[in-house]
Design a protein around this ligand. Structure first.
Ligand SMILES: Cc1cc2nc3c(=O)[nH]c(=O)nc-3n(C[C@H](O)[C@H](O)[C@H](O)COP(=O)(O)O)c2cc1C
Length: 373
């Protein structure tokens, strides 16, 4: 049988078995408690979306110094691990698969949320022209980070490994490293946030080093087949400049394409920019599963174009963020041809159940299909 897969064809990504190719992209929703502990409301939110082939959680910080916005969950204390265990249990009971996105905000972290108000860490002491969410309604400018010493780098790699171990204890099916959107790994990959003159800066080989080492540290704990990486090649988000993304990302895909310990990594997850050439390049250089988060400008991805990407062989699965915020039953809606509801950005970044767990499943989906596929 040589017909191309549909969004409902199962997919094996590394050692992860996905029932379909409709993936929930990571979304920071800032509803953890003050100690970064995932709540019962979050367990409900994720369980409601369990018909996705794979849920990728919002970014969870690997350490206190990697802190993102207020309300972000962590994965570095016993209470946080217990909170996540309730989330994974709820998702598994509902028949879903869930991986955690491990995040370190690097220079985008803000001192007001860091232990003892210390300055954030970054590859170099270069301030991002960006902002940090320090209260639900306040965005403040980011500050100059401390350039990471070699000891800081090796401690941060240890934090990735410790968070991976915590992910296993919390019952996650795998781990996705946040290498996109201008956070720490992306800062190392860039030409502007990274001004280092040691083995972590300068050439493409050096700028990809931290990403490769972080992936290896995580895979050393959970196994390559359960380890994935998210990238946003060429994206300027959070004040990132990349002069030749084809060069650095091509090299990164090649280095990681070999896998680890005789096993392929689970998947590469690409946030596509306006230039599809970079996705094609990664497709060529990366031998494992590729999840594409299509570029659509301000519009959420149309499921029809998502299917076209699979048909064209450009992706093995497609991820949706905002449509999953608005449609807990998105995978079923796509399956039964029910139009998705429009997202409400006002509920994205804070609030309680409103726009989070109070969204109805569509009637047709509730009753189940009455027609044949
Ligand atoms: C509210 C919100 C929070 C997000 N948080 C994250 C995050 O924690 N990690 C990440 O990698 N991307 C994050 N993203 C980016 C999305 O995963 C996705 O790449 C982007 O929204 C485009 O996909 P879409 O068109 O399907 O929404 C976030 C997006 C939104 C709208």
């Amino acid at each position: 049988m040589s017909s191309s897969p549909t969004l409902h064809t199962p997919l094996t990504a590394g050692t992860l078995a996905l029932a379909n190719r409709v993936v929930m992209a990571p979304m920071t929703r800032n509803r953890a408690d003050a100690a970064g502990v995932p709540t019962a409301l979050m367990a409900r939110y994720y369980a409601q979306r369990a018909s996705a082939g794979l849920i990728i959680t919002e970014g969870a910080r690997i350490s206190p110094t990697g802190h993102g916005p207020v309300g972000q969950p962590g994965l570095h204390t016993a209470a946080q691990i217990a909170g996540w265990a309730a989330v994974t249990e709820a998702v598994h009971q509902a028949g879903g698969r869930i991986v955690v996105q491990l995040a370190h905000h690097g220079r985008i972290a803000h001192p007001s949320l860091l232990p003892h108000g210390v300055r954030p860490l970054g590859p170099s002491a270069v301030t991002a022209a960006s902002d940090a969410r320090t209260t639900p309604d306040t965005l403040v400018p980011t500050v100059e980070p401390n350039a990471m010493s070699r000891v800081d780098i090796s401690e941060t790699l240890d934090d990735y490994a410790a968070a991976a171990e915590a992910a296993l204890r919390a019952g996650f099916d795998g781990v996705e490293l946040q290498g996109a959107n201008g956070y720490l790994i992306h800062q190392f990959l860039s030409d502007n946030a990274n001004q280092r003159t040691d083995a972590y800066g300068g050439s493409a080989e050096n700028r990809i080093r931290f990403a490769v080492e972080a992936v290896r540290a995580v895979a050393g704990v959970v196994g390559a087949g359960r380890t994935a990486l998210r990238l946003s090649p060429g994206s300027g988000y959070n004040d990132i400049l990349e002069l030749d993304p084809a060069d650095s990302y091509g090299l990164l895909a090649e280095r990681l394409g070999a896998g680890q310990g005789g096993e392929s990594y689970a998947y590469l997850h690409v946030i596509e920019g306006p230039d599809p050439k970079l996705t094609r390049l990664l497709r060529e250089r990366w031998s494992g599963a590729l999840i594409v988060n299509p570029f659509t400008g301000d519009d959420p991805t149309d499921p029809a174009t998502a299917l076209a990407r699979l048909d064209a062989g450009e992706a093995d699965a497609v991820s949706f963020a905002r449509l999953f915020a608005a449609n807990p039953d998105l995978a079923e809606r796509i399956r039964w041809g029910v139009a998705p509801a429009a997202p409400d950005p006002d509920t994205f970044h804070d609030g309680g159940a409103t726009g989070y767990t109070d969204l109805a499943r569509h009637d047709l989906v509730q009753k189940g299909p009455t027609h044949h596929e």
